[in-house]
Structure formats: C-alpha cells, structure tokens
Write a protein that binds this ligand. Structure first.
Ligand SMILES: O=C[C@H](O)COP(=O)(O)O
Length: 316
C-alpha cells in the first residue's frame, strides 16, 4: 500500500464550482476502449500485472469458512505453476493483491493467510447500502480491524451525497478513517447511485479530503457498477487531489469485471489517465470475484499458443 493519505480540512471551494463535461468524458472513454491495448506478445505479461492488482473477493450470503479457505489458496497461487514457469515468474511469488470478504469472515481469512504477506480487506459500514446508524457502522470497522483486517472498504452514505450534504459526508468518512487506525481505508462511492458525473467527482474529492487511501467505484451490488466514463471522472479527481496536496490516492474499480479483455482496458485507462506510478497494487486494485478464471485461460492461450483447432469444436 502507498503512504497513508492524511487528508485535509474540508474545503468547499474545491468542489463548489465543479461541472463535469459529460460529452468529453464519454468521448475519452470511447477512445480508450476502442484502441488496441497492446501487442499480442505483451498480453500475458499485462494480464499477470492485472492479477497482482486483484482484490480477490467473495461477498455472498452463503460465504462459509470453506469457500473463504479456497479463495485464500487461490489468492496465494492465482496462476498455475507451469504457466508462471513458462513466463519465468515461478520464483517471483506472484499473488493477488489481497482478499476481500465480509466482516464475519475476516478471522477465517486472517487465519488462512497468516503465513503469507497477503492482506485481508473487509467491507464495512453497512455494506452495501450503508443504511445503518453511524455508531453501528463505526463499530463494524473497529471489529473488522480487531479481527485482523488491514484494509477496510467502507461505503459512503449516498443520502448525504444526493442531498448535497458534503460537509456531513466528510465528517462521517473522517470518523471511519479514525476507526480504521492503522488499516488502509478504501472508500466505495457506489457511483451507480450518485446520479451525475459531477456528483461522482465531488464525492471522490470529499472522500480524499477526509483521508481515504483509495477511492473505489462500486460495491458490485448496484445496478450499474464500474464503468470506464466514471473511472475517468474519478481518475481526474485523483490527479487534481495529487496536484493540490502531493498525496497519491489509489483507485479501485469493482463490480462486474469479468474478462481478461476488460482487465487490459482498465490497465490502459490507468496508465493513460494517471501514469505508470499507479500501475501497481499500492495504487491500483481491481475488485473482482469472477475475473481470475478468464485471465488464467487467456494467459494459457498466450504462453502456450495452443488454441483449440476448428475441428475440435463441440458442434457435431
Ligand atoms: O468489491 C468487489 C465487488 O463486490 C466484486 O464484484 P463482482 O462480484 O461483481 O466481481
């Protein structure tokens, strides 16, 4: 993780005159999606970079110690040994960036990962809706930290954002930040529920002023989750926050990211909008529960060159 973001005092001026140019954002997103991301020979290497940035996630009602156990084993060895060997990466300790679970499963994950360097991230603050009393949300953060989570993914209070109560939102996030103690805090904006790009920009800036170490798009439970236009808006807020304060805040798209191709687009977007410094797990995470399988499949194709022959297609 990057150096902690100490935050600033609340500065209304930073957000009061913001009007995001929707057309310009959409055009930029189209450009990034439409371009050829990288040459074929580099795809496996980029995908491996993507793997190291994944917060491997399970956030389901039927989570149990055993599926968290499997998740942790996968996080420790996300890509088959023979594939890593072909890429000469078998001795490099390739893992995902972290695992991400509900607070009740933190202790299971911590126990499984105690001999690895892998951090356990916990969602908290009434994830996904955040509609519980403030004291309950704070208590949930403290409990997850006490159980061993070193990263906390909080959700913002969308009611405050949608009613323009930015100072109140700042104050809440500040309290979450204090409750996190030494744990890093990722702040989930739930962008699909914020209505406008302008609100997304303002919420990003308020979250960073309040001391978030990362800003994250979505819980994965909203109708609309991580999209490229919204990511451009958040990346520009991160850039402006850096220019004003000198602090680099990380970015985590999450929700609905399923394919290797999407992973490559996300890496390209980060490289173009924020630069190479952000292309590391310290400043970039992909929150995903079902992305790894496709990445592993694509890496297999690229490093072995073994595509199924046409006459092997099961269409008899
Ligand atoms: O924070 C991570 C998200 O909840 C994961 O969403 P997903 O299950 O759509 O990959």
């Amino acid at each position: 993780m990057s150096a902690r973001n100490p935050g600033t005092t609340f500065d209304l001026e930073w957000i009061s005159n913001i009007r995001v140019n929707t057309q310009a954002v959409l055009k930029r997103a189209q450009h990034i999606q439409g371009q050829k991301i990288c040459r074929n020979q580099w795809q496996a290497a980029w995908l491996l970079k993507g793997v190291t940035c994944i917060d491997l996630t399970t956030l389901a009602g039927d989570d149990t110690p055993s599926n968290v156990h499997r998740l942790c084993l996968k996080a420790i060895q996300p890509v088959r040994y023979d594939l890593l060997k072909k890429m000469d990466m078998h001795n490099k300790g390739v893992t995902t960036a972290a695992v991400c679970v509900y607070p009740s499963r933190v202790a299971d994950a911590v126990m499984l990962l105690k001999n690895s360097n892998l951090p356990v991230a916990s969602v908290a603050t009434g994830f996904p809706a955040g509609q519980t009393p403030l004291e309950t949300r704070l208590q949930e953060v403290r409990r997850a930290v006490a159980d061993g989570a070193t990263e906390i993914d909080i959700v913002i209070n969308r009611t405050l954002a949608l009613t323009g109560q930015w100072k109140a939102m700042f104050d809440e996030i500040r309290q979450f930040r204090e409750a996190c103690g030494d744990a890093h805090m990722k702040t989930i904006l739930a962008v699909g529920e914020l209505g406008t790009f302008t609100n997304v920009y303002k919420a990003s800036m308020v979250a960073m002023m309040a001391g978030s170490d990362f800003i994250k798009t979505s819980t994965g439970k909203e109708a609309v989750n991580a999209t490229y236009p919204v990511a451009i808006v958040m990346a520009r807020a991160i850039r402006n926050y850096f220019l004003r304060t000198g602090h680099k805040v990380g970015f985590k798209p999450a929700g609905g990211i399923r394919t290797a191709q999407e992973c490559l687009v996300w890496l390209a977007l980060i490289k173009e909008e924020l630069g190479n410094d952000w292309l590391s797990p310290h400043l970039f995470r992909l929150g995903a529960s079902s992305l790894l399988a496709d990445i592993e499949r694509q890496i297999y194709h690229y490093v072995t060159g073994q595509y199924a022959a046409y006459n092997e297609l099961p269409i008899a």
